[in-house]
Design a protein around this ligand. Structure first.
Ligand code: PAF
Length: 265
């Protein structure tokens, strides 16, 4: 496995590599990421994983500085998973000058996550487009755990005519249902025991519980819920009576940790 730190070296290494399957990450890898790597492997001969904690997608009040950076452990996991190339640029490589040209995502990016994290999807779309330009993959794999991100990246690829197939990977869960996330490591032991409630509540909404009741249950259990909403699965527009392809998405803070999850139905 080769570790590449700059764009020229990456392009040189990939020139003869054939079709590339790409998994963009911010590192601190877990089984969820590795399942995306396995999906990429099914789609393409060569797998590239990027590790880059993207400052543009963090609010000043968020955890950019303390976001877990565990490169050595990540490297070993990716090596064992048979990944051919890791692209791990430093900040000055990807942002050598202030990034004043940005991708402006559609108004939907201001809803759900975007309502609580203004600018988040602009930062995500901008870095994903840059990473796509660096890696030039045939396919790119995104997890359904960040469902709104997946929908926004799909829209960007479609509307900007990028020759990339976007592949969605199912959410990987712990045995008690908690969706795997790099941020789970911020949870205290008590919070970790409580954390699967978010998934249980979303499943109850799927079974017919009103989203407002889900919000109330989380609040009663000590969470600070941001939203629980049922949307259309394809484009996350508001659902209408009679719709069949739906998804319930939720986000809530447990102590200092913000968790998101979703359930399709
Ligand atoms: O999902 C993530 O880890 C990030 O948002 C991504 C896609 C790597 C962009 O920084």
């Amino acid at each position: 496995m080769e570790i590449l730190r700059d764009i020229g070296a990456l392009r040189g290494a990939l020139a003869a590599a054939g079709p590339v399957g790409f998994v963009p990450t911010m590192g601190n890898l877990h089984e969820g990421h590795l399942s995306l790597v396995r999906l990429a492997r099914r789609e393409a001969r060569t797998v590239v994983v990027s590790i880059f904690v993207n400052r543009l997608q963090f609010l000043p009040s968020e955890d950019f500085d303390r976001y877990p950076r565990t490169f050595e452990r990540d490297r070993l996991l990716l090596e064992a998973a048979g990944v051919e190339f890791v692209f791990a640029p430093d900040e000055l490589t990807l942002y050598p000058e202030p990034q004043t040209y940005r991708v402006q995502p559609p108004p939907m990016a201001g809803e759900l996550e975007g309502r609580f994290r203004p600018g988040f999807f602009e930062g995500v779309s901008t870095v994903v487009l840059k990473l796509f330009n660096c890696v030039q993959p045939a396919c790119a794999v995104f997890g359904k755990k960040d469902y709104q991100q997946l929908v926004i990246v799909r829209g960007m690829v479609r509307q900007l005519d990028l020759p990339i197939a976007v592949v969605a990977g199912d959410t990987t869960r712990e045995a008690d249902g908690l969706a795997m996330s790099s941020r789970n490591r911020y949870l205290s032991a008590d919070e970790r025991r409580e954390a699967p409630r978010l998934y249980r509540v979303l499943k109850n909404v799927k079974q017919g519980l009103a989203p407002e009741h889900g919000v109330r249950e989380l609040a009663r259990a000590g969470w600070q819920p941001d939203y629980i909403e049922v949307r259309r699965k394809g484009d996350l527009s508001l659902s209408q009576p009679g719709d069949t392809e739906l998804i319930v998405l939720g986000a809530a803070r447990l102590g200092a940790t913000r968790l998101i999850d979703n359930v399709e139905f």
